[in-house]
Structure formats: structure tokens, C-alpha cells
Design a protein around this ligand. Structure first.
Ligand code: F3S
Length: 755
């Protein structure tokens, strides 16, 4: 941590001059977001104002964090970059590969057993290259980062889309692909399109059942899953200052659900209290010393419309608890309207499982609020009707809430405490069900609820709410129950109501832990050996992708024209596939198997033009590759939304797809495609999507003059001999065009390192 303190001092030391330079360059007062971004420019003091949503800017983040599923590929890539040590403080967190089945202890032991090869690889590669390693069971990346590494005014990247969780402590924290993490660990600048700014003005104060989770559930309803794309969301106002640091973390975490680049709150007394509560008094003291730089300028918040691209007002005093879903996190229902929505839409009213915790909602405050509801079930003679699980976010939280008796409270109502890991949130859930074909409902305090996300079952209707609302629903077992107004019948046949939840922000006796699960790296890692077996099915050393051939790309076959939502889960499904995250060829067998083929409305069934037969997408693509035929994937709006996994970009690249042509891209995925040397292009006129036919042969023209802002042309040669031709757009800058030409960014890094 001493190392961190030195790094934080350096960041704070340069604040004054850099922020002054930024004020001069922009000629205006600054938002907090701008202060942090301009203080982290690779070039030093700002020379000119950047255009939001237009200019690509090089940044120097202070820190990198990786979870075990994404770290494998990031570190396999880093190993190829030829450096002896990581250039900035970096950590690995083993949280994604633990399957929830029986309970914490058994599930953790099973995970250690079946993932030993991967854990050993990650532990040894961390040891060698100077990364902190958080063992399986230590906790979920974002909670561990909030407890140990996040600091006000800092900037970090993380190989997980919920990295913005650290915004709860005033850090610009952005979810990226492993290739970006590799760049920063290799000491190279990290590039980001200068974001637009959305201001959320919070007034009033939460009360009763309403919680921080409801703020973001409401914001998701307002902005939708696309509304934050390319933007950083900055929360401010007296309402913001009234929220706990962990509550702020929940809000920032779920900013990923509106597509936001990240979200942030300004430094305040709640953050200082959390820093002190997690043994970081020294960081709080440093932050107090530069407090004026850790919030937006007064003029900005006095007339936010002038300085933000969009402003949203929310009065916390009037905020109702929300339940969002099913199938998308932006379908927002105030609790007073939810029961009617359930009935009108014929969603299954019987609730089968309630799940609390996860990286989104497992703070001490969350656990105590949920436990205050669970306790009432026992006290008032109520039996829990649905199954109920609790996922602590870290060993620090788990140990502390166990010490304080809260785990007993959950167990008393039949709650099953799962390992400190992602588990059901990422589909690592061996769910017990008697009939998987039955339409069924679950409710979670997690962040994401796309079809199949939690249990792989398309019949599961997943809803998202706060932990206390989830707990109340689990007790009622009925989605038409409104805990604010409805009674329940207890075992004595009496009508009882649940009282409002009560929470405790920080443990009165302080946090405690016996073994947090941390392994520090070797002082000198040069002697440490990293072993990857050539016969491993889980890990595979990488070969560089081939460079561009220097000509237009002609005669591509259409692999799939994806219809509707095509998230990174559709492109590279999680769940059982997670175990192949470090093995590119094996994981490529899940490529696009969740995408719906426009021509037959079916998933994982595309026409193979070589045989005329319909078959699975990966097998069809492998056939084209074996025959030396390039292909193209066509997609709809916001293609690649969801997670940051670069596998969704690497798999098509590995299997020989040459271009992805869509109506629009989600930001992280578009960047990942560029890093891998893939051509990602968008229809200039979205109606041209309709012109693409199943049997087309497709040319991409203009690549020999590939330049920033210059359109390319797509030519469709239809089977009946006719042709269509139309312009397509791209967002490649000069450097990214070099990546494309070299066959990927890593090929350029290696060259620069002389490896
Ligand atoms: Fe893990 Fe789910 Fe969070 S997968 S990192 S708990 S969003």
C-alpha cells in the first residue's frame, strides 16, 4: 500500500498545474470528469480543448485490474509484449470461475480443483511480472478494488465492464478489453475517445425502502441501454453527498447497463469515512488536502445545462423503489406499477429464487438492510417461499458480516451463503430446477439480466432490484407483492407487514478479516517460470494474427446477418464457456451461437454456401476458413453491447471473419475489434441492412486509401446477378488504421519492444 500512497501523491501533486492548464485550454470552469481526464493526459499539460465525442486522446491510467476470466487472455497477450514487469500497479482477481452449486466452502474447493491449471498460471504470471494476486475466495474484483485500491481523482482501467464501480470513491474507472490492459501494463498510452458528459443532479434524501440501487434503476429507465454510450455520467448535488460510498459504487457499477463509459461522484465526507473504515486514513488525508480538485467547479454545478451535454434531475426524496426487467435492465418499473406490469405481460408471478449480493450490491450497508428484512421474517412467523442466496462481495465483507451475526440471520430463513465470487451473476450457477422448460421468474440484486445470463435458461425471467426488495420478494414468493403496501399471511394465519429496512453504512466494530486472500508478487520475478502446457485445453499461447494483405477485400461470404440484440453474450457466450477463456481456439466454438439469424429466425443455424446446408455458426466458419474463404458478419444496432470481453472480437478474427458491418457498435466492442486488427464498419444508411441477402458475395472497397473520416464502400453481388453498393462509415483514427494494417495492436507493441 505504501507504493500506492507514493503513486497517489504523484497524481495529486500534478493536479493544480494540470487543472489550471485545462481551464485555460478549455476557457471555462471544469466538471470533475474533465479535471481527472485532463490530469491524466499522456502528453502532460493540456495544450487545447478536446472535442467531446470526437477526439481520440491518449491517457496514462494509474492502475489496472483484471478478473480471472479476462486476465488469462490479457496476460497471455502481455507475455508477448516483451517487458520484465508491469508498468503500472496491476492486480488479478479470481472471482469468475467459481460455480455456485452447494454452498461457499464446497463450491470454492471444487473450483480450486477444476481450475487449478488456470489459477496456477495466473499466480505464477503475477508473481513473475509484479502483479498483486487475489486468490479464489478473496472476493469479486470490483468490491476488492473499492476496498483496497480505488482513490478519489484516480484513473484506472479494468478488464471487466463493471470496473466503473470504483466511481463510488471518485475514480474514473473504465471497463476495457484485455488488449487495452496489455497496452497499459506494457507502459503504452491508453486511448479513449474524449467522452460526452451527462450530469445527474441528485436532490433530496433517500428514505424508507428506496436505496442507491433505485437511483440507477431509474436512470436506466430514462437513458435506456444505449443512452450513456460514449459518455461519462457525473452525479452531483446534496443528494449525491447524502449517499454512502458503497451506494455510490452501486450506481456507478450499473452505469455499464446504460452503456456509459463510466460514472463518477465527487469526493465528500462519505468517501472519506469509507476510506478511513477500510484502513486508508492516509489516503483520506491526502484527498482532503486536494479536495477542491476532487469535485467539479462551483460554476458548473450552478448552471449544469451550460457544461454538460445532458442533465437529468432526480429528487431522492420522491424516488420509489424500482424493479427492472425482464430480459433488459432498462425496463424500469416503480414498485407501485410493477404488479400490474407482471399481470398484464403474463410474466410468471411465482418467484422461484431471490439472489442478493454480487459486485453490485454486497456492501456492509446492503447486507444489513437485507438482513433487517430477513430478520422480520423470523420474528413475524413468515416462511420464505422462494429459494434465497447470498453472495458476499469480498472476504472482508463476509468475515465482518458473519462476525456481526448477519449470515446467521439469512440462514435462519433458509438462505444459502455462496462463495465470495461472481457465481450466478455470470451464469456460474448450477441451478436446481425440476423443469427447465417452465417459464419462471427470479429476482436478483445483480446488474445484468439478459436472457440466459444467470442460469442459461431462456425461460427464466430475471428481474433486478435492491437487496432489500429482493429479500422481501423471496419471503413473499410472489412478484405481484408490494412490500410497501401489502400484507403477508404468517404461519399463525395472521396478516403481517414488513417494516422498512434499516441499514448500517459501516460496521460499528470496524471491518475484520483473518485471511483476505492476497498474494504479493516476488521482489524479483526474473527467476519465476510461467508454464503453459501445449496440450492444455484451458490455456493456449498466442500466435500473432496475419497482417492486412494490402488490397481491397473481395468475395466475402455472409456468415450471419444477426437480427436484433446481439450482445457480447450472444457473440461469445459465458457460462460453461468461461473455462476456455485462455484458449482461443477452443472458446471459438461458441462464436455467435447466441445470435439470431435474420433469414431463419434461429440461433446458431446459418447457411453454408459451400454445401447449401444449414449448420452451427462456428462449424460453418471453420469450413469457410479451411477453404480459404473470408466472411463478413452483419449486425443490428448497438452490436456488442454488454461486457468488455475481447474474445468477442478475437474469435471471429481467429476463425477468419474479415469484417463486422452493423447499424451501430457498443463502444468497448468496437475498440476491441480495432485492437485485434478486425475491420468494424457501420451502415451510413441503416436501411442498407435490408439489402444484404443470404447468398451474397460481398466486397469492401477503398481500403488502399483507408483514412480517418473517409467512407469505405460495400458492394453486394446478389445471387440473381444484380448488385447493390453503398457507403459505410468507420471511426478508425490514424493509429488504429495502423493496427488494422499490422493485423492487430499487439503486433505493433511487439515491434516497439524489439521482442
Ligand atoms: Fe462478477 Fe457479475 Fe460483477 S460477473 S464482476 S459479479 S457483474
Amino acid at each position: 500500500m505504501a507504493f500506492d500512497l507514493d503513486m497517489i501523491k504523484k497524481v495529486y501533486d500534478r493536479f493544480s498545474s494540470r487543472i489550471d492548464a485545462a481551464r485555460q485550454a478549455t476557457g471555462k470552469p471544469l466538471t470533475l470528469t474533465e479535471k481527472i481526464l485532463y490530469s491524466h493526459l499522456t502528453e502532460g499539460d493540456a495544450k487545447a480543448a478536446y472535442h467531446r465525442g470526437v477526439d481520440y486522446v491518449d491517457f496514462a491510467p494509474d492502475r489496472v485490474a483484471m478478473q480471472d476470466a479476462t486476465a488469462q487472455m490479457a496476460l497471455l497477450q502481455f507475455m508477448q509484449a516483451g517487458r520484465p514487469q508491469v508498468a503500472v500497479p496491476s492486480t488479478v482477481h479470481c472471482d469468475h470461475l467459481i460455480q455456485a452449486k452447494i454452498g461457499a466452502v464446497e463450491d470454492l474447493n471444487t473450483a480450486k480443483d477444476i481450475n487449478s491449471e488456470v489459477y496456477d498460471f495466473l499466480a505464477s504470471v503475477s508473481d513473475k511480472y509484479g502483479l498483486g494476486f487475489w486468490k479464489p475466495g478473496a472476493g469479486i474484483i470490483h468490491q476488492v478494488v473499492l476496498e483496497n485500491y480505488a482513490f478519489p481523482g484516480g484513473m484506472m482501467i479494468g478488464t471487466d465492464s463493471h470496473t466503473p464501480n470504483a466511481g463510488g470513491l471518485g475514480m474514473i474507472a473504465i471497463g476495457v478489453g484485455g488488449a487495452d490492459a496489455c497496452d497499459v501494463m506494457a507502459g503504452l498510452p491508453w486511448e479513449l475517445k474524449f467522452p460526452k458528459l451527462i450530469g445527474v443532479h441528485l436532490t433530496g434524501k433517500l428514505s424508507g425502502w428506496a436505496s442507491a440501487k433505485d437511483v440507477i434503476l431509474k436512470v436506466a429507465g430514462i437513458l435506456t441501454v444505449k443512452g450513456g454510450t460514449g459518455a461519462i455520467v457525473e452525479y452531483f448535488g446534496e443528494g449525491a453527498r447524502s449517499l454512502s460510498a458503497t451506494g455510490k459504487g452501486t450506481i456507478c457499477n450499473m452505469g455499464a447497463e446504460i452503456g456509459a463509459t463510466t460514472s463518477i461522484f465527487g469526493y465528500d465526507e462519505k468517501m472519506a469515512a469509507y476510506l478511513r473504515g477500510t484502513q486508508r486514513e492516509d489516503i483520506a488525508a491526502l484527498a482532503d488536502g486536494v479536495a477542491a480538485h476532487l469535485t467539479g467547479d462551483e460554476e458548473v454545478y450552478a448552471s449544469p445545462e451550460q457544461y454538460f451535454d445532458q442533465v437529468i434531475e432526480i429528487n431522492l426524496s420522491e424516488l420509489e423503489p424500482h424493479v427492472n426487467g425482464p430480459f433488459t435492465p432498462d425496463l424500469a418499473w416503480p414498485i407501485s406499477k410493477f404488479a400490474t406490469a407482471v399481470r398484464e405481460n403474463n410474466w410468471p408471478t411465482a418467484l422461484e429464487v431471490g439472489l442478493i449480493g454480487s459486485c453490485t450490491n454486497s456492501s456492509y450497508e446492503d447486507i444489513t438492510r437485507a438482513a433487517s428484512i430477513a430478520k422480520q421474517a423470523t420474528d413475524k412467523g413468515l416462511k420464505t417461499k422462494a429459494e434465497y442466496t447470498v453472495t458476499p462481495g469480498s472476504e472482508l465483507v463476509r468475515y465482518t458480516v458473519e462476525r456481526d451475526g448477519y449470515l446467521n440471520t439469512f440462514e435462519a430463513i433458509g438462505g444459502v451463503v455462496l462463495a465470495n465470487a461472481c457465481g450466478p451473476c455470470i451464469g456460474q450457477w448450477s441451478r436446481h430446477t425440476d423443469d427447465p422448460t417452465r417459464k419462471n421468474s427470479i429476482i436478483t440484486s445483480f446488474n445484468r439480466n439478459f436472457a440466459k445470463r444467470q442460469d442459461g435458461n431462456p425461460n427464466t425471467h430475471a428481474f433486478v432490484a435492491s437487496p432489500e426488495i429482493v429479500t422481501a420478494f423471496a419471503i413473499a414468493g410472489d412478484l405481484t407483492f408490494n412490500p410497501l403496501t401489502d400484507t403477508l399471511t404468517n404461519e399463525a394465519g395472521e396478516q403481517v407487514m414488513l417494516d422498512e429496512p434499516l441499514g448500517i453504512e459501516l460496521p460499528v466494530k470496524g471491518f475484520a478479516v483473518e485471511d483476505a486472500g492476497y498474494q504479493a508478487p516476488a521482489e524479483d520475478g526474473s527467476h519465476v517460470e510461467v508454464l503453459v502446457s501445449p496440450t492444455s485445453s484451458r490455456l493456449q499461447l498466442l500466435d500473432p494474427f496475419a497482417a492486412w494483405e494490402g488490397t481491397d477485400i473481395k468475395c466475402l461470404r455472409l456468415l450471419i446477418k444477426a437480427k436484433g440484440k446481439c450482445t457480447t453474450d450472444h457473440i461469445s457466450m459465458a457460462g460453461p464457456w468461461l473455462k476456455f477463456r485462455g484458449h482461443l481456439d477452443n472458446i471459438s466454438n461458441n462464436m455467435l451461437i447466441g445470435a439470431i439469424n435474420y433469414f431463419n429466425n434461429t440461433a446458431d443455424s446459418v447457411k453454408n454456401e459451400l454445401t447449401g446446408e444449414y449448420g452451427p455458426v462456428p462449424a460453418t466458419q471453420r469450413d469457410y476458413k479451411a477453404n480459404g474463404i473470408g466472411t463478413i458478419v452483419v449486425g443490428d444496432e448497438n452490436y456488442g453491447e454488454g461486457s468488455s470481453r475481447e474474445h468477442a472480437a478475437m474469435e471471429p478474427r481467429h476463425l477468419g471473419v474479415r469484417a463486422i458491418l452493423v447499424k451501430s457498435f457498443a463502444r468497448i466492442h468496437e475498440t476491441n475489434l480495432k485492437k485485434q486488427g478486425m475491420l468494424g464498419i457501420t451502415f451510413d444508411n441503416v436501411a442498407d441492412y435490408d439489402k444484404v441477402q443470404e447468398d451474397d458475395k460481398i466486397d469492401i472497397v477503398g481500403l488502399t486509401e483507408f483514412a480517418p473520416g473517409k467512407q469505405l464502400t460495400v458492394v453486394l453481388h446478389h445471387a440473381d446477378g444484380t448488385e447493390d453498393s453503398f457507403p459505410v462509415n468507420h471511426t478508425y483514427n490514424a493509429q488504429q488504421i495502423e493496427w488494422f494494417k499490422a493485423g492487430g495492436a499487439l503486433n505493433i507493441i511487439r515491434r516497439q519492444q524489439g521482442a
